[in-house]
Design a protein around this ligand. Structure first.
Ligand code: MN3
Length: 197
């Protein structure tokens, strides 16, 4: 079974005006698709062909000669995860288990929002801002390029893509505005709660 490009979990225009259909045309239809196609090319005819995506990422992360495969396969996973972190009419304060953990472990929602935004704004160059579980507690972490907490012993709960391709068509250089829209209008807290298990 080759690695496949998952469909977006919403219509491409469903998040407008915060993220445009045109951004998804490129971000999902071109960038994410290219990571899928490159991963399939790189595993073809190797012992990783037919393996699950997470197993491919972990094998590539452990082998410096497979940096290209790591970058592409991790980007497949990061993007598939990112789409699920978004929903029309999302964002704002969470409810459920994650709301209580944010209060108890991250100093409340307002502090979480400021710290998460800061993580995204200060990730130099391309990368990601994550909410993860680390030893059972919430933590906000950054990753560069394709790096993913999946291979760092952390459990990803929520992510924002801060590569320029995620926001440049809609926000140009205004990454902070994109992150504010993510916080206020886009976060799928049901997904983050489900990831807590
Ligand atoms: Mn991206």
């Amino acid at each position: 079974m080759p690695i496949t490009l998952p469909a977006l979990p919403f219509a491409p225009g469903a998040l407008e005006p915060h993220i445009s259909a045109r951004t998804f045309e490129f971000h999902h239809g071109k960038h994410h698709k290219a990571y899928v196609d490159n991963t399939n090319k790189l595993i073809e005819g190797t012992d990783l062909a037919g393996k699950e995506l997470e197993a491919i990422i972990k094998a590539a992360a452990a082998d410096p000669s497979k940096k290209g495969l790591f970058n592409n396969s991790a980007q497949v996973w990061n993007h598939s995860f990112f789409w699920q972190c978004l929903k029309p009419g999302g964002g704002g304060k969470p409810s459920g288990k994650i709301a209580a953990k944010i209060e108890a472990e991250l100093g409340g929602y307002d502090k979480f929002a400021a710290d998460f935004k800061n993580a995204g704004v200060t990730q130099f160059g391309s990368g990601w801002a994550w909410l993860v579980l680390k030893d059972g507690k919430l933590a906000i972490v950054q990753s560069a390029n394709a790096e993913t907490p999946l291979v760092q012993g952390l459990k990803p709960l929520l992510v924002a893509d801060v590569w320029e391709h995620a926001y440049y068509l809609d926000y140009q250089n205004r990454r902070p505005d994109f992150l504010q829209a993510f916080l206020d209008h886009l976060i799928n807290w049901d997904f983050a709660n489900a990831n807590l298990g």
